[in-house]
Design a protein around this ligand. Structure first.
Ligand SMILES: [Zn+2]
Length: 483
């Protein structure tokens, strides 16, 4: 595999060389939980999950971490407005976040650390920064001293001198330099706070991500993702804090940033008031259509939000799901494992096989080229056309049907990371079911490893009874609905 990734840090595409052989660390900045998230915020949740799922499908053992910022001015203000605690606001919108991403077909992260559960780690890093002279406490606040970090500005290509000279905002009297940023905020009356060596207070936003990413992924890890609006100052500050505290040269090796979702030419944002929540949009469009709408564009480019675009994506997604259903209907219940040797005497089969095989290679190569999902979807629809033509010309029993089961497995393979085929069955959501089934498959695998064949077979037979077929092959076990 030769995976190439556009790294914001170097400004060019680089070959992926993992830091650790045993696991691939992937950190994505999560939501500040003070409201339902809007559809622009949904873009990183979807795209970075797709990238992570693709890496898993290529054999990487990905450890995926997304933080939840559950202490912030916006949360505190909302709590004040409603006369409830900040924790009540955070809990409410964390639950809503989980509901919404599940409906969006986003697989859960391996860990969702909350900032307020990591105050100790945060204080630890700030203390080490103060000790090393990279940060300074003043009147209950603690600031990071950007002049002490030589590489400050490397990610965003900004120069500290320019930041200081060009800064138009009122200079904070407490800071040494206007570009210095807060690590620890002094407690204010009536706001949540925690004890620290500098008095009661709460963490700044940037330091949370340094603390939580390094806790779960180590001092150096492979991927860090987020929206382009986070490059400066958030990610620049994360690098400064992390590297100054650990002395490590590399904090995150590859920095991935997604483009914005524009509404009539302007970035969709809560502050601009031109937004629609993911929840509202999911009332109007199926998940597959929303995902396809995003994935038809390259993750680094902008997307224009439009009803026409979404309607078109819905039609396209339906066409894909229809072809998939046609395939499923033709595949026999007890499928034979497809063997390319068996088609040698049919020119028609051989041509179809070679065409799909070559499109498959191009599709995977597009995904490996900086996750070029628009090209991937283009190739997938070339396949859809080939498959429809093949089916329309008539399919006999035997190898002509067996080859369709091979195509269906390819489609399943792509959908393991794309999630754009509607496989809902009798109202049961496929994504949710798949999560359950992956656990069941693991369980059966352990039973077989322990040579407990009776129970392992019993499990498979009971599932068949319940309408689910397990299929073992050299590459592992998969499941599908029984007809
Ligand atoms: Zn972050």
């Amino acid at each position: 595999m030769s995976l190439k990734i556009f790294n914001t840090l170097s400004g060019k595409k680089e070959k992926f060389v993992p830091i650790n052989p045993d696991y691939t660390g992937f950190y994505v900045c999560g939501p500040t939980v003070y409201d339902y998230f809007h559809i622009g915020n949904a873009r990183p949740f979807i795209i970075f999950d797709v990238i992570r799922r693709f890496l898993i499908s290529r054999g990487y053992n990905v450890r995926y971490v997304m933080n939840l910022t559950d202490i912030d001015d916006k949360i505190i203000n909302r709590a004040k407005d409603e006369g409830v605690t900040s924790k009540e606001i955070a809990d409410r919108y964390i639950n809503a976040f989980f509901e919404d991403i599940q409906k969006l077909g986003v697989r859960p992260a391996d860990v969702y650390p909350r900032a307020t559960d990591h105050i100790e780690e945060i204080i630890g890093i700030i203390s080490s920064l103060v000790e090393k002279g990279a940060a300074y406490p003043t009147a209950g606040d603690v600031f990071y001293d950007v002049s002490q970090f030589e590489e400050y500005g490397r990610l965003s290509k900004k120069k500290v001198e320019d930041l200081q000279a060009g800064k138009r905002v009122a200079v904070d009297e407490l800071k040494k330099n206007p570009a210095d940023f807060v690590l620890w905020k002094k407690a204010k009356q009536g706001e949540p706070s925690w004890p620290s060596p500098w008095g009661n207070g709460r963490p700044g936003w940037h330091i949370e991500c340094s603390a939580m990413s390094m806790k779960f992924l180590g001092q150096s890890f492979d991927f860090h993702g987020g929206g382009q609006d986070l490059i400066f100052p958030h990610h620049e500050n994360e690098i400064a804090q992390s590297c100054a505290s650990t002395g490590c040269d590399v904090f995150a090796k590859y920095w991935l940033h997604n483009g914005f979702l524009d509404m009539k030419g302007e970035k969709m944002s809560k502050s601009l008031g031109n937004f629609i929540t993911a929840r509202e949009l999911m009332e109007l469009y199926p998940t597959a259509a929303i995902r396809l709408f995003f994935l038809q564009k390259h993750y680094r480019g902008p997307i224009d939000f439009s009803e026409e675009g979404l309607n078109a994506a819905r039609t396209t997604a339906e066409r894909l799901s229809l072809t998939y259903k046609k395939l499923m209907d033709l595949i026999p219940e007890n499928r034979e494992e497809f063997n390319a040797e068996n088609i040698k005497n049919s020119k028609r089969l051989e041509e179809f096989y070679e065409r799909i095989e070559s499109l498959d290679g191009e599709l995977i190569a597009s995904m490996e080229d900086d996750f070029n999902t628009p090209a991937v979807i283009g190739k997938l629809f070339d396949m859809v056309r080939e498959v429809n033509k093949y089916i329309d010309d008539g399919v006999a029993d035997g190898p002509e049907k067996d080859i369709l089961s091979w195509v269906q497995m390819k489609f399943d393979g792509y959908d393991r990371f794309l999630g754009i085929i509607d496989k809902t069955r009798d109202g049961i959501d496929f994504e949710r079911m798949d999560n359950v089934m992956q656990t069941v498959i693991k369980l059966r695998h352990s039973l077989r490893k322990e040579k407990n064949w009776v129970l392992a077979d019993q499990l498979r037979d009971d599932l068949t009874e319940a309408g689910i077929l397990l299929e073992d092959s050299a590459s592992g076990t998969t499941w599908r609905w029984r007809k």
